[in-house]
Design a protein around this ligand. Structure first.
Ligand code: ADP
Ligand code: MG
Length: 291
């Protein structure tokens, strides 16, 4: 049976856009020692925009962008949507004429008459090739916190698009509040090392794991669980659902995917990250009343 103090606190949370799927989830929060965050769509708005597009010497910029956008237009990944919109906005006709295959956590493989095309992160297209492209110019963009998507054909890298996503307005404040409540903060992202480092620094996060494939998010959560005994996880994507299920307390962003919303214990209805520290403090206060 639910304690009156829990009931009052759950309804207090609801008024502030924190949906607890049961009083027990509120009770767990007070003992959290660490909280892990997904990056894209959780710490950031999840709506990246293309800031730079560079191609191999001797190839036509518009034709290359048309091919890239033709591939990305077949994916609903936020990066893919951004690249497709960028091409359309500058007047490029986007044709979905190539067959594609999704490679989760890496990018897309496409099949053209002239051979295979790879679209995705440095690891997917080859780290050395990515580093050498235009004497490292593409990876220098990653130091600014941009995500760089490469396209490779059988002759090497043909193009790179840099995309910038922005931190949610309240992300810095939310992390600061958690840290002052004594909570260790971690970011888990599929993005590359340089981009992850830049975003983690911008957000003020204690620690991060880059190039974290979907299944690795669970592995890292289990490590945090072993070390801290309790761990919170905040995410928005299908990719985050297994980690949300593994965490002591799983938080989904209200605008997250259905799977994330279903799997989470707590939903941040207004996508406001500062509600996490609020909820933890609410739980701690409630525990003092009950005891
Ligand atoms: P995150 O954890 O940042 O939400 P994902 O696991 O969805 O990222 O993807 C990890 C990385 O794989 C992305 O940062 C990107 O480099 C690459 N990637 C995934 N899907 C695509 C795509 N459709 N186009 C280009 N790159 C992609
Ligand atoms: Mg995400």
């Amino acid at each position: 049976s639910i304690m009156p103090a829990t009931l009052a606190a759950v309804s207090n949370g609801a008024k502030r856009g924190i949906l607890f799927k049961g009083g027990v989830h509120l009770e767990h929060l007070g003992s959290l020692k660490t909280v892990a965050f997904d990056k894209t769509g959780t710490l950031t708005n999840g709506k990246p925009v293309v800031t730079d597009f560079i191609v191999r010497e001797g190839v036509n910029v518009d034709e290359t962008l048309a091919i890239l956008a033709g591939i990305e237009s077949q994916s609903n990944h936020p990066l893919a949507v951004a690249i497709t919109n960028y091409a359309k906005n500058i007047g490029i006709t986007v044709k979905r004429n190539l067959q594609i295959e999704d490679v989760p956590g890496h990018g897309i493989r496409a099949f053209s008459d002239t051979g295979e095309l790879l679209v995705g992160n440095p690891r997917f297209v080859g780290k050395e090739l990515a580093e050498e492209f235009h004497q490292g110019i593409a990876l220098a963009l990653a130091d600014e916190g941009k995500t760089v998507v490469f396209m490779k054909d059988d002759q090497g890298i043909i193009a790179a698009a840099a995309l910038k996503d922005t931190l949610r307005d309240e992300a810095v404040q939310a992390i600061k509040e958690l840290k002052s409540a004594g909570i260790f903060t971690v970011m888990l992202t599929g993005d590359n090392e340089k981009t992850a480092a830049a975003i983690a620094k911008e957000a003020g996060i204690d620690s991060y794991v880059a190039e974290c494939l979907p299944e690795m998010k669970v592995v890292h959560l289990k490590k945090l669980l072993a070390e801290y005994k309790t761990v919170g996880m905040v995410g928005d994507g299908i990719n985050d659902a297994p980690a949300l299920a593994t965490a002591t307390s799983g938080f989904a962003m209200g605008e997250g995917t259905d799977v994330a919303l279903e799997t989470a214990d707590i939903v941040l209805m207004q996508n406001d990250l500062t509600r996490i520290s609020y909820a933890i403090k609410l739980s701690r206060k409630m525990q003092r009343i009950v005891k």
